[in-house]
Design a protein around this ligand. Structure first.
Ligand code: GRF
Length: 208
């Protein structure tokens, strides 16, 4: 069975989409074993508790430096024998030390078509504000394996979403979630669970 650990900071709608896909059997033979937040009031923690999943709070403020924060997160995930780590709205940057334990086993969802509108500073509503300011006609979401460079790891799945006239950042954020994020993140986890993803340099090859 695929043992999943999720790192969260906010609402947890992507986490919910993945828990639902596991419950429905769309993602076979998998379980979310642990949800860790760096914010104590993250609603994602309530979603996990409601589903009977173990939760924890690990905040950067508890540690003198980022390396110790990374180590605490990795140790907690390893103690739950997690095979796959999902960043699901996790608003902290992980350092290289974290990835030594989970090479090609950390995924993230980004609310734009990487490499556009990605990298440091592109998070939350800022992404959608920038898309609208630029005048883009399409945007979307990307699931990728995570490397120490922000939003730069190998892409797994992407889905385009239309930008409509009159969109506000909030309206666009909601459409990107509904039409792209909640579909492609569970699908990427399903492909991982089935052993269909292989990383070859920058490329993720999806087998039939
Ligand atoms: C999503 O827009 C995701 O793309 C980004 O952070 C947001 C998290 O939302 N990384 P939620 O916590 O899953 O509702």
């Amino acid at each position: 069975m695929l043992r999943i650990g999720a790192l969260v900071s906010g609402g947890g709608t992507n986490l919910q989409a993945i828990m639902d896909a596991i419950d429905k059997g769309t993602i076979p033979d998998a379980a979310v074993e642990l949800v860790v937040s760096n914010k104590k009031d993250a609603y994602a923690l309530e979603r996990a508790e409601a589903a009977g999943i173990a939760t924890g709070i690990i905040s950067r403020k508890q540690f003198e430096n980022s390396a110790d924060f990374d180590k605490a997160l990795a140790d907690t995930l390893l103690s739950h024998e997690v095979d796959l780590v999902l960043l699901a709205g996790f608003m902290a940057i992980l350092g290289p030390g974290f990835f030594t334990h989970f090479e090609n086993r950390v995924m993230n969802i980004h609310p734009a078509l990487i490499p556009s509108f990605s990298g440091p500073g592109f998070y939350g509503l800022h992404v959608h504000e920038a898309v609208l300011e630029y005048g883009c006609k399409i945007t979307g979401a990307s699931v990728h394996f995570v490397t120490p460079e922000v939003d730069a790891g190998p892409l797994i799945l992407q889905k385009a979403v239309t930008v409509r006239s009159g969109d506000t950042p909030e309206i666009l954020q909601k459409r990107v979630m509904e039409e792209a994020e909640w579909t492609i993140y569970p699908e990427a986890v399903r492909l991982f669970a089935l052993g269909k993803l292989s990383v070859q340099g920058r490329h993720v090859v999806i087998s039939e």
